[in-house]
Design a protein around this ligand. Structure first.
Ligand SMILES: [Zn+2]
Length: 256
């Protein structure tokens, strides 16, 4: 049983846009408030060397704070591709980086350290989606493809969609090799000096959303860069194999 004192230690990030919708449950975790030993904190992944019993407790804390039962979660086994799954029930979903549902009571998750977590909500048809995108997924335009899949499957109007792009590697810190930078249009690749280029994956993601038909005013982008905000976030770039993972979750009450 979790006491309310421990729950109050947890810092959960919210979205200004999503807070307009009382039917929507959304939150994004930080490092703060977990039971794991340093450097893991509130790590929510079983795949990064943390004690699984502690991860269990961390998940109970984070999802408990949001009042989301663990058996209502839909968790993708992410692999940096562009496979998108339309689902109707909670569970673990193999080999996909985006989930879409219209089923109330199914809470879609995404797990990240520096990669981009993207959350989509259509208040008209009550359709939601989560997307995980590193540089490979961003190059594959998985975000744009997810919106197109929502249109195809559920006949949503992209002009009705709201999007939140969560904390992730910012252009300030996301240095890449020339061979990676060359994979992207020049407008997403910045050189601050004669050193290696930096990629602006957040901007490319936003442009994909606009290209898919979203309105600029319906897109919210977190200002946080995971690499240069060590007090709040894990960063694979900064912490390598000892990096924990944050999770974001979105869902609509009711149903299953
Ligand atoms: Zn930064």
């Amino acid at each position: 049983m979790i006491n309310s004192a421990s729950l109050s230690e947890i810092t959960v990030l919210h979205s200004k846009l999503f807070q307009r919708f009382p039917e929507l449950r959304f939150g994004f975790s930080t490092k703060k408030g977990g039971v794991s030993h340093i450097p893991y904190g509130l790590n929510l992944s079983y795949m990064v060397g943390d004690d699984p019993n502690n991860v269990d407790q961390n998940r109970e804390r984070f999802f408990g704070k949001l009042e989301i039962p663990l058996d209502k979660l839909a968790i993708p086994k992410q692999f940096h591709g562009d496979f998108i799954k339309v689902i109707h029930s909670p569970g673990i979903y193999d080999l996909c980086d985006a989930l879409i549902t219209q089923t109330p009571g199914v809470f879609l998750c995404v797990s990240t350290a520096d990669c981009l977590p993207i959350f989509l909500f259509d208040p008209v048809t009550k359709t939601i989606a989560t997307v995980h995108a590193g540089w490979r997924g961003t190059k594959l335009k998985i975000v744009e493809k997810t919106v197109k899949r929502m249109i195809k499957e559920f006949h949503i109007n992209p002009g009705d969609l709201f999007a939140f792009i969560g904390p992730s590697a910012g252009v300030c810190c996301y240095e890449v090799g020339n061979e990676v930078a060359r994979e992207f249009d020049q407008r997403y690749s910045v050189r601050y000096s004669t050193k290696k280029p930096h990629l602006n994956l957040k901007l490319f993601t936003k442009i994909q959303l606009i290209d898919a038909g979203l309105r600029d005013k319906n897109i919210e982008m977190s200002e946080y860069c995971t690499i240069c905000t060590p007090s709040l976030f894990y960063s694979f770039r900064r912490e390598k194999l000892n990096s924990g993972r944050m999770m974001g979750v979105i869902g609509i009450d009711g149903g299953v």
